[in-house]
Write a protein that binds this ligand. Structure first.
Ligand code: TMP
Length: 386
């Protein structure tokens, strides 16, 4: 699998493209699910094409998240609020908007950190680890709130990362993480969310072990309907007794079979079958003379296209709202990425929803396409027209 955010310029299409193994491993001891082949973060994250603010549903999601944190913990508006993997500062902007002015982002992608700073959201261009956390503490003091959304899974040295959080967090402070929930990944066959940037696939079960090992405690957990089903986990310093809500959650994961290898073997068989079904489904449509394009040049879309070997003979192009991706070609399958106007003017018969995590918002937004006879295809958990 090539790195799925490595979109290509036209002049690079003929050059050799790097690809790396993508195998998932399961730990029988702590139920951790992770990749063991690690692609250097310098390769994956220094130049990045994903911008949070290009995804309207995420802007709303983050603004609600900021509100919940303020409401639940009521820190004063001088508190230092930090976001790790802060991208273009979308979450921190939600804190700024309600008067919390002492915000600080940490973002490894140079191009994205620059965008955030230009928008007035203070952002350090760095990878987060123990060393950076000590530097930050010296310069900015401790933080009352640290968030890390869809970044925890990107981290190779998780123990070092958590130790860094422990160093930076104030005694009463809260660390809030959001990660896609492994149970949803398995249940809905969300195999396309597995890619090199995502090193770990978390259950509360494996997270609890990680935090306990590093002297921190899970104090609350919620399910969120983003990125195919996510966990929002609240963590504080020191050993604490888990509340009943957390224990119930752990019990439900055990009942699902999160600690059993068979659960993952069944998933793996399901993915192979899904590939066969999806390719047949799309080929049938083509054979009936209809045109298919892709909608949303998401990272997961590139996993799906590469794994199923879907090229421009099936998908003519992919439309995407991210200006950074438009005009480029998808890694591996080399499908051109176009802007939304192109899609609306072209009016194809079918659009494969590669950003299926935003299906509701997209279907709502594309009423005109549907009224004109256009149809969306949802690829997972089994291909269907919606
Ligand atoms: P994500 O699933 O990693 O958030 O990426 C979603 C991609 O889909 C991102 O490149 C932006 C794109 N997108 C659209 O093109 N249209 C939309 O309405 C939304 C929500 C996302």
């Amino acid at each position: 699998m090539p790195p799925v955010n490595a979109f290509l310029k036209k002049e690079d299409l003929e050059k050799d493209e790097k690809s790396y193994p993508l195998d998932v491993y399961f730990c029988r001891d702590c139920s951790m699910v992770q990749l063991l082949d690690i692609v250097s973060p310098e390769i994956l994250f220094k130049e990045y094409h994903y911008v949070t603010s290009a995804n309207l549903p995420m802007i709303k999601h983050f603004s609600e998240m900021a509100e919940e944190i303020i409401h639940k913990f009521g820190f004063n508006n001088k508190s230092l609020i930090m976001d790790i993997g802060s991208n273009d500062g979308t979450l921190l902007k939600s804190f700024l908007d309600v008067g919390y002015s002492n915000v600080l982002g940490v973002e490894p992608a140079t191009n994205i950190a620059k965008m955030a700073n230009e928008k007035g959201i203070r952002t350090l261009n760095d990878f987060f680890n123990i060393e950076t956390s000590e530097k930050i503490k010296k310069e900015y003091g401790v933080a009352d709130v640290i968030t890390a959304t869809n970044v925890f899974g990107h981290v190779d040295d998780l123990n070092g990362f958590v130790k860094g959080i422990d160093i930076l967090l104030s005694e009463r402070g809260v660390f809030v993480i959001e990660v896609p929930h492994l149970i949803d990944l398995i249940r809905n066959l969300e195999f396309d969310t597995i890619y090199h940037e995502h090193l770990s696939y978390f259950s509360l079960t494996s997270l609890l072990t990680l935090f306990r090992r590093n002297g921190m405690s899970v104090i609350d957990v919620d399910k969120k309907n983003v990125h195919g089903g996510s966990l929002r986990v609240f963590v504080q310093k020191g050993p604490r007794k888990e509340p009943e809500k957390v224990n119930n959650f752990l019990r439900s994961e055990r009942d699902f079979g999160v600690n059993k290898l068979e659960t993952y073997e069944k998933f793996s068989n399901g993915v192979v079958l899904l590939r066969e079904n999806l390719v047949k489904f799309l080929r049938d449509i083509k054979e009936r003379g209809y045109r298919i394009v892709g909608y949303g040049a998401s990272a997961k879309g590139n996993v799906l296209l590469n794994y199923c070997n879907i090229r421009t003979d099936i998908i003519e192009y992919i439309s995407d709202t991210t200006p950074l991706k438009q005009g480029l070609y998808t890694p591996g399958m080399h499908i051109p990425v176009v802007d939304m106007d192109y899609f609306h003017r072209d009016n194809p018969d079918y659009a494969l929803l590669l950003a299926w995590n935003y299906a509701d918002a997209i279907i709502e937004k594309e009423k005109e396409f549907i009224e004109r006879g256009g149809k969306f295809i949802l690829p997972i958990p089994s291909p269907k027209v919606v």
